[in-house]
Design a protein around this ligand. Structure first.
Ligand code: AMP
Length: 214
């Protein structure tokens, strides 16, 4: 199965992705994570992308598509994948379609994860991450046992630079202008499915089973 996840920053795509991965055994590819790895390792892609990411802008399509195409070329994607955070522009969607056509495949589902706007700010501004092991927390809804300290590896938790309030607002505007048009794009292809991720996780996961093929 080949799935793309859509939804604004803070809609909980990461959590939904983890569940789909568990249910379907799909490889989970997050372009945000790929960029953050490149930044940690200080690669040329990381150096170029960091400026855009830190101010809440999208990384240019050419660089993003090049990085993703390389990742999709790996053998572990041959039987399917789950893309999280890609595509984010119509040009990226076209590029993905061209990549798929070249290998004789097509997307099965574009899954839109939606939550009311008011929940988004709380989710993003409360998010804390462990820079060492990648564990994610939320000071409001999912705090660590000891404030500011990772439960898993005891490292000091940090806030992503792009999770500061002004940057969050900019990311949401960018989503509305550049990414939301993808909903129509995939609707027209007949593969758009939507779930509401504002309730508890069990409710979200029940919807997943309804909208994804068995
Ligand atoms: P995320 O973890 O998905 O919120 O991504 C973090 C940041 O990485 C985004 O705010 C963008 O700056 C950048 N990014 C991730 N995926 C893409 C993409 N498909 N196109 C452009 N920029 C991206």
């Amino acid at each position: 199965m080949r799935v793309v996840l859509l939804g604004p920053p803070g809609s909980g795509k990461g959590t939904v992705a983890e569940k789909i991965k568990e249910l379907y055994g799909l490889v989970h590819i997050s372009t945000g994570d790929l960029f953050r790895n490149c930044i940690r390792q200080n690669t040329p892609i990381g150096q170029e992308a960091k400026v855009f990411i830190d101010r809440g802008d999208l990384v240019p399509d050419e660089l993003t598509v090049r990085m993703l195409a390389e990742r999709l070329d790996n053998d572990d994607c041959a039987d399917g994948f789950l893309l999280d955070g890609f595509p984010r522009t119509l040009d990226q969607a076209d590029a993905l379609e061209a990549l798929m056509n070249k290998s004789g495949f097509s997307l099965d589902v574009a899954l839109n994860v939606s939550v009311p706007d008011r929940m988004i700010m709380e989710r993003l501004s409360g998010r804390r991450v462990c820079p060492e092991c990648g564990a994610t927390y939320n000071i409001y809804s999912q705090p660590s046992l000891e404030p500011g300290i990772c439960d898993v590896c005891q490292s000091e938790l940090t806030q992503r630079p792009d999770d500061k309030d002004a940057t969050i607002r900019h990311r949401l505007d960018t989503y509305a202008v550049r990414t939301a048009p993808l909903l129509d794009y995939y609707e027209q292809q007949g593969i758009l499915r939507s779930i509401d991720n504002s309730g508890d996780l069990a409710a979200t996961f029940a919807q997943l089973k309804e909208v994804l093929p068995q």
